[in-house]
Design a protein around this ligand. Structure first.
Ligand code: URA
Length: 193
């Protein structure tokens, strides 16, 4: 079965998930979007208002920052896969609760297993800490880290600041943009190995 078909099957299951309370108050389960054959998966925190309305990740103001950054390294949105730690929008855009992150984690694990990317790029501390609970974004951003995911195995993690944080803090913006420019090289060096 193709990766596309496997993701479609998985999305169907996600659409009826009621494992946490978030589903009751949101309009759409925002599964993910992009290329099932992608070498890179970007993982954000949770859908915002616009994402919840449209059922597509990163389509609001934060998404526009991401699009701009992707364009700056000549990568198209259709070349990568975009998703979130939580697939349902927390009310009023509050931070997801630990139990909501934990309930949603198996869906992400299945997405990663299907897509089998070369690199996982986490955006912000929630996504980072889902893989590495004690890591500090201020210390590990822009560095490649080898992680072991249960049922999947070893994979390269590249933590970045969240684009929404980059929007509100000048220093974070500079770090986010600098780290982002390293992405093409990461893909290149993986190819050469
Ligand atoms: N912020 C996120 O972390 N994810 C989205 O999909 C949109 C905004």
């Amino acid at each position: 079965m193709s990766k596309q078909k496997k993701l479609e099957k998985l999305n169907k299951k996600m659409s009826v998930c009621n494992n946490c309370k978030l589903r009751k108050n949101c309009s759409h389960v925002v599964f993910g979007a992009g290329n099932p054959e992608a070498k890179i998966i970007f993982i954000g925190e949770a859908p915002g208002k616009k994402e919840d309305e449209l059922g597509v990740p990163f389509v609001g103001s934060t998404g526009r920052i991401l699009d701009k950054m992707l364009a700056s390294i000549k990568i198209k949105r259709e070349d990568v896969y975009l998703t979130n730690i939580c697939k349902c929008r927390p009310p009023e855009n509050r931070d997801p609760l630990p139990e909501e992150v934990a309930e949603c984690w198996p869906w992400l694990e299945k997405q990663i297993a299907i897509i089998s990317p070369t690199i996982i790029i986490t955006l912000g501390k929630y996504a980072l800490n889902s893989f590495l609970p004690t890591a500090k974004i201020s210390e590990v951003h822009g560095k490649i880290i080898d992680v072991e995911i249960k049922k999947i195995g070893k994979i390269k993690l590249f933590p970045l600041h969240h684009p929404a944080a980059a929007r509100i803090n000048r220093k974070t913006k500079a770090l986010f943009e600098e780290d982002f420019q390293k992405i093409p090289n990461l893909l290149q060096s993986k190819k050469e190995q």
